[in-house]
Design a protein around this ligand. Structure first.
Ligand code: DSN
Length: 440
């Protein structure tokens, strides 16, 4: 057999191994989810091999009559689900959605406010010296929101004072960006609408993590609270394919459309537009029950870990109002997030290590941070409820607090997962989750 054929076969072998592992694993990565069989079926369609530059009905390519119809359905469903005047479903990811937002609302070099990474901001909001998309790609000068570490949220008064101070120093701010990757409580959007109007600033909201919760009316409603534009990736609490969306008032539609094409994308991954349309329809139908349970599960997981001696952030506020909880693990026997991440993975529990607001002061960085971030979207999608969160907290405690043999815990986790092999909150709940569609 040729060396290349061996590698070719090896790829399929690894895909199979990964799929098998997913069947046996507790995935608590807050930025992930498992898509429904219908979404998976849509994203392997022939659209994957086609081009459709531009807006449906005004394409630069021929051969798009069915693709256009699907994209128009997707746009209508997105507008309905998010109660938005305008939706652009072309961004191929959350970062590209943010780039579209920056391009439509700011000139390169303009100043903006965003959450720092240590406080939960995403790398696409970050400064140039960190290689962040806003700073390094667009040249934006990024000022950070003042953060209240007790409340685990933006400090409204101190941040408003900071913005006024910047204007007094001749440093105009053009854009206020809310949202982030660690996102426990709703951000104070409405509190900043007045100051935005006073200084002629626009307000943006990156809902990547919480878009499913927002869609179902379970977190906050940025477009009604004063945001001009909201971006999202479509595969976190919104259980769609890996893609993005930009939502806004109608008055910003032309600028956003031009940012997508010809600005940032030639093609926009048409198979994922089809998958997104299916996921949006499923969310309109099942999103309320699904997101209710996601949040209940996140709180239950926080409580179950807290009762077992873990330092879960924001206990005084019920741990979270979203799908995530954040845990300070610096006092556990393992001491740093990287070790916890690695040991839990050996026990079939997949989580993220995460920087905490106070890590820098303690001499820590993102490689060995003092925290872990846990999300409940994927396990909720498989039908888990509060009692399963208690079981998960116990598995984690056996590994991290009691130092039990990870191989034994891994076996117990795989046994526990046997009862949760189908996607819930979807039209088709018969096809197993993680089943691989095979053509060879
Ligand atoms: N890195 C992911 C997150 O956790 O937000 C997605 O970009």
């Amino acid at each position: 057999m040729s060396e290349h054929k061996e590698l070719y076969d090896r790829v399929f072998d690894l895909i199979e191994k990964h799929d098998d592992w997913m069947h046996n694993t507790i995935n608590l990565i807050a930025s992930e989810n498992v898509s429904s069989p219908a979404v998976r079926s849509a994203i392997v369609c022939d659209f994957r091999d086609r081009y459709a530059e531009g807006w449906p009905g005004e394409r630069v390519y021929a051969g798009c009559k069915y693709i256009d119809e699907v994209e128009l359905i997707c746009i209508d469903l997105a507008k309905k689900l998010f109660r938005a005047e305008f939706a652009d479903v072309r961004p191929v990811s959350g970062v590209v959605a943010n780039l579209m937002m920056y391009t439509a609302f700011m000139k390169p070099g303009d100043r903006m406010m965003a959450l720092s990474i240590a406080h939960g901001g995403h790398i696409s909001h970050a400064r140039g010296n960190l290689g962040g998309t806003a700073g390094a790609v667009r040249g934006h000068k990024v000022q950070n929101w003042v953060f209240d570490e007790q409340e685990f949220n933006i400090d409204v008064d101190a941040s408003a004072k900071k913005i006024r101070g910047l204007f007094q120093d001749g440093k105009d701010v053009k854009f206020l960006l809310f949202g982030g990757s660690v996102f426990l409580f709703p951000h104070p959007v409405k509190e900043f609408r007045k100051i935005a109007d006073e200084y002629g600033m626009h307000i943006g909201y990156d809902s990547a993590h919480v878009s499913g919760l927002i869609a179902a009316g379970r977190f906050q409603d940025p477009l009604r609270e004063g945001a001009d534009v909201m971006t999202a990736s479509t595969h976190k609490t919104m259980p769609g394919p890996q893609h993005g969306v930009v939502l806004s008032k109608e008055e910003f539609a032309d600028a956003i459309k031009r940012a997508a094409f010809p600005g940032l994308m030639s093609n926009h991954h048409l198979h994922n537009v089809a998958g997104l349309a299916v996921a949006l329809a499923e969310m309109i139908e099942f999103g309320h029950d699904y997101t209710d349970q996601i949040i209940k599960n996140a709180r239950a997981l926080g409580q179950a870990l807290h009762e077992r001696g873990w330092n879960v952030i924001a206990e005084q506020k019920g741990f979270t109002a979203s799908h995530q909880i954040l845990v300070d693990i610096s006092e556990t026997p393992m001491k740093d997030g990287r070790t916890v991440e690695e040991e839990l993975e050996k026990a079939n529990i997949v989580i993220n290590r995460n920087l905490l607001p106070w890590d820098k002061k303690r001499g820590r960085d993102y490689k060995t941070p003092g925290g872990i971030r846990l999300g409940t979207s994927e396990m909720t999608r498989l039908g888990m409820k509060e009692s399963e969160m208690d079981a998960i907290a116990e598995f984690m405690t056996r590994v991290v607090m009691k130092g039990e043999d990870v191989r034994k815990v891994a076996e117990d986790v795989a046994e526990f997962r046997k009862d949760f092999q189908h996607v819930h909150y979807a039209f088709d709940t018969d096809t197993p989750a993680y089943a691989h569609l095979r053509f060879k």
